[in-house]
Design a protein around this ligand. Structure first.
Ligand code: UDP
Ligand code: MN
Length: 312
């Protein structure tokens, strides 16, 4: 009898143990499911950035206290855009940056005005983003050590002259420049006088310098001018608009103390929230206005051939 009830007891204990193991297994499965679901929710609720599989793991989330508006001055660069959005999304996600990409699409008939578009982008993203990246659409960072972190004390020039594939002069700050909201406001943003290609970034350099802002640049980068960035710029198909008409040459050689963030004239005609290969991007259609008395060179089409590029 004793033996029998002993066996029965051992059998019951084995059953009990199996039961406990099954319950523990089910609890583990349930907990895993809950954790995964809540990660996805965090992803869905995060309006500003896309969350693909490469989204930064929890340890990086604490870094996400700043919010970057990537401002891309744009007109007629569709192929570059198709590459830019997925590439930059993955690049910035890998760094744990919280950001959104804004394509500042110039839709008027004037010459391209990169600086005014950036002014408009700044105003459009005010409130939600505490720093901006002024970012060319055709320049992609290849070295993962190039930081897009918040520039707390000084503007940060990512595409430094010793790294940029094309521009190597000391005061060059074009390509990709990170500036925080206060710094940009302090210098009244960028000049609105630069229609056509060139010099608006050099004028911005002087604005920063006059405000005692010293541009900082990446350090300890082991790559060089040939392998730090990809500059997808075919000079035959993407011609730079270097025409100078009226007194453009003279005026744009000088520091502009009149125009900037406070007086940029424009109308936003449309905002499109798109996904490109599942990566979100906001396209802001911007109609710039030109005061032809102040900057007649916003349109050189009616000037005679002989007056074009004339040195005044
Ligand atoms: N850009 C544009 N359409 C134009 C001219 C310029 O979208 O017709 C934008 C684009 O983001 C480009 C940036 O302005 O990367 C700077 O112009 P560009 O590439 O001609 O200058 P670079 O630095 O190559 O001399
Ligand atoms: Mn270019």
């Amino acid at each position: 009898m004793i033996t029998y009830s002993g066996r029965k007891c051992v059998l019951s204990f084995t059953k009990f143990l199996s039961f406990v193991i099954i319950v523990m297994f089910l609890v583990t499965v349930l907990l895993t499911f809950i954790v995964l679901t809540s990660e996805n929710c965090a992803c869905v609720n995060q309006q500003t950035s896309f969350c693909p599989n490469s989204y930064p793991k929890l340890k990086n989330r604490k870094l996400l206290s700043h919010n970057l508006a990537v401002l891309v001055p744009f007109r007629d660069r569709f192929d570059e855009l198709l590459t830019f959005v997925p590439y930059m999304t993955n690049f910035l996600n890998a760094q744990g940056i919280q950001y959104s990409i804004f394509i500042l699409n110039q839709v008027d008939n004037y010459r391209f005005n990169r600086a005014s578009l950036i002014n408009v982008g700044y105003l459009y993203t005010m409130g939600d983003y505490d720093y901006i990246a002024m970012h060319d659409v055709d320049l992609l960072p290849k070295n993962t050590n190039l930081s897009y972190a918040y520039p707390a004390t000084q503007p940060f020039h990512v595409s430094a002259p010793n790294l940029h594939p094309r521009y190597h002069y000391d005061n060059f700050i074009g390509g990709i420049l990170l500036v925080n909201r206060e710094q940009f406001k302090l210098v009244n943003g960028m000049s609105n006088k630069y229609w056509g290609w060139g010099l608006e970034d050099d004028e911005f350099f002087v604005r920063l310098k006059d405000a005692n802002l010293n541009v900082t640049r990446p350090v300890n980068i082991t790559t060089g001018t040939s392998n730090t960035f990809r500059h997808t710029h075919n000079k035959t198909y993407r011609k730079r608009d270097t025409i100078k008409c009226y007194n453009q040459r003279n005026v744009t050689r000088r520091r502009d103390r009149q125009t900037g963030l406070h007086d940029v004239k424009y109308k936003i005609t449309n905002v499109h929230k798109l996904t490109l290969d599942d990566y979100p991007v906001t396209v802001v259609n911007i109609e710039l206005k030109c005061n032809r008395t102040v900057t007649p060179w916003c349109d050189c089409s009616n000037t005679t051939k002989s007056s074009l590029n004339k040195k005044t």
